[in-house]
Write a protein that binds this ligand. Sequence first.
Ligand code: ADP
Ligand code: ZN
Length: 810
Amino acid sequence: MPDRPPRLADVALPLPLPDPLTYEIPAAWDAQAQPGMRARVLIGRRRLVGLIVDIHERRPEGVNLRPLVEILDREPVVPKDLLELARFTADYYMAPLGEVVRSMLPADLPPWGDRKVWLTDAGALSLPRGASEAAVIEALREGGRMTVAELQSRVGALPDLDAVLATLAEGGRVNTAEHRARSARYINAVELAPGEVADHLAKAGRSVAGREVINYLAALGRPATTAEVTAAIECTPAVVRRLVSLGVLRQFTQVERLSLDRHMMGAPGKRPEIHLREDQAFALDRLTAVVEAGQFAPLLLQGMTGSGKTEVYLRAAEEALARGRSTILLVPEIALVPALARAVELRFGDNLAILHSGMGVGERHQEWERVRRGEARVVLGPRSALFAPVADLGLIVVDEEQDSSYKQELSPRYNARDLALVRARDAGAAALLVSATPSLESRYNAERGKLDLLRLTERAGQGTLPEGILVDLREEGVSRRPGEIHFSERLRHEIRQALADGDQVILLRNRRGYSPMLLCRACGEDMRCEDCGLPRTYHRRDRRLVCHYCGSMLPAPKVCPNCKEEALEAIGAGTERVEEDFKELFPEVSVDVLDRDTARRPGGPAAVLERFDRGEIQVLIGTQMVSKGHHFPNVALTAVLAADAYLSFPDFRAVERTYNLLVQVAGRAGRGERPGRVVIQTYHPDHYAIQAALRGDDEGFAREELHFRRVFHYPPYTRMVQLLVRDKNRDRAWKLISDLAADLAAHPFARSVRLSGPAPAPLERLRGEWRFQLLARSADGRGLHRMLKEVLPKNPGYDLVIDVDPQQLL
Ligand code: ADP
Ligand code: ZN
């Protein structure tokens, strides 16, 4: 063999390193190495697993490269298209490639060598072809079930072990199990022996049950577990055993597929017979056409809750599947998976794969492998399911696309909604964003023709929209004690009424009260920053009002600068008292709370929701968690206790979130037969978000909100990047962020970029660290990206967070 220098592999490691590291590929691994495979390497003295992202011969000069230790896979675990997506993600979100790749793969994916392999009955009896096969069969006959690594050590240096195993597996002579052996169960399965069914029936003779088993398997057209057969025919295992001994059936062991039932809500059943309305049929036709065309198509499906959006996209997935193309269905949260999973399973059966981090390790690997092998073609999960290794992608659905949970708040800070469009584009697939209240980004893109808008206009089923009741808190009088403000006269009346009718009540409160604002209880003035258009945050200790976007400060006034009343109050905090106040007002009523704290109690949020569903709780007090995706037919009254706590949150998306919340809340009440009521308490009854939500004027809201975004230069009119420095030492943190600001301002592109700050982050101190931020915005997204790439240090040596398209500025 000519002595050529070893090839090199760039390995992306799950570390905050800007670039992959280069290793030599030892001769023993050279034939097998491919990009997309995992490799074990040494960093210092540590052994780490990374992903080979490139193989090349560009040897850097004057550097001593180390060899990689071993390669863990025989086939790429990250296929080419996903590797491309990873590169795009790393570049766009300015995140290390290794961290991107890590979030694409299920955790602890076992190395190839950990797979179990064993002989089937057929394999044990078969005659080996060639010396390698003989060695493998011999080793398996002696040793029974073992890992590939063990087999390898038994048969010694067999250069073609992989090929031999592949041939044996194809011929049904060995079985392998890919997922974690620890959770695997091996079960007996049977299939019809080769030959005519008529001959099998003849061999079965007069046994009625035996003939039924044969007919059943012939109709099924696939192997079945022994348990499945005996259950279907209602016969004893002896019947099956007899057929095996007659040579009619072949028996073998297979790895039991772990049931996904515990990840689904409701009972198995039949899919409902639904006749599509005209608007649904129109949307479906459009979707079918784009899937048929096999070209990238970005679409937005808008329709109020209950208008039948889910029905439309599930049918679109069926149309895709009928054309041999896969679908990825994304939901914002793991908690929303179970409800949808059953509906998907009713249509797609074994074609459904569920992927999320709340599953067991074995389940996750099983599902991931089923997707990779093309056995499951409809994948359901939260944002990370976007990276499922599906082939022949035809459709990606992003349900509740406006939800900020699609954004990952740790590096890589990607938004799965936005990457869905990128993946669909590269795959020639349709990307369908779905929402009752689309994000402003998506509305804007639909307006500009970048998203094809499909609208559902009617509400399916019986439910009618609830009656909206607006309570102007300014009229409640400024003299009342703050606690009482949770329950206006009108609200108390409505609660009494609902309870008297035996109905249930949901009260929404806001827990994000960590940075109080100063609000005038007489006129609703909330002290906005003139430049940023957002309320300033009240700092009680030094009695100052601070804008957390640009950092400008004012001394806190004593009287309201607008109406001159002495009615200024720090609100936003203190809502913990809602439950206490409620109990005081309604001591007889059973009440419970659903928020992040109760979510940690045994049983989690599901336990509370179930008790509410069963009617054991009459009144449920909760955060937004309550308003998402649940259906309680007995809820006649929903109240938003302080809409301003949402509306005046110092975030440019606060108004959008308030509107979405109010629309959702309106969708909660009155989904049963009776119309419901929604009470909204606010100091800003004329605010366009509140008015639009009450009137159902969705376009009016979009118009006003887009106007606000344009005037104050917020997305979607600009691209925004948040730069955040964290440090234990306040002065050091301030100096670092100020230096960064100066460097950015000196860049030639700075003229087209709006820099706000440095300013304290809304959470100025967190876990003992000081946090300061800079916001960079530009209508020229590419220019901004280039400027940041050029100015920001590659290896900062301090804690710098770069958040591209931030969702939560905390
Ligand atoms: P959305 O996703 O817009 O909230 P769904 O698709 O979940 O709405 O539909 C709400 C309910 O209405 C579901 O129970 C669904 O089965 C039913 N539904 C949907 N479309 C129709 C229709 N055309 N006729 C009758 N019922 C429908
Ligand atoms: Zn400001």
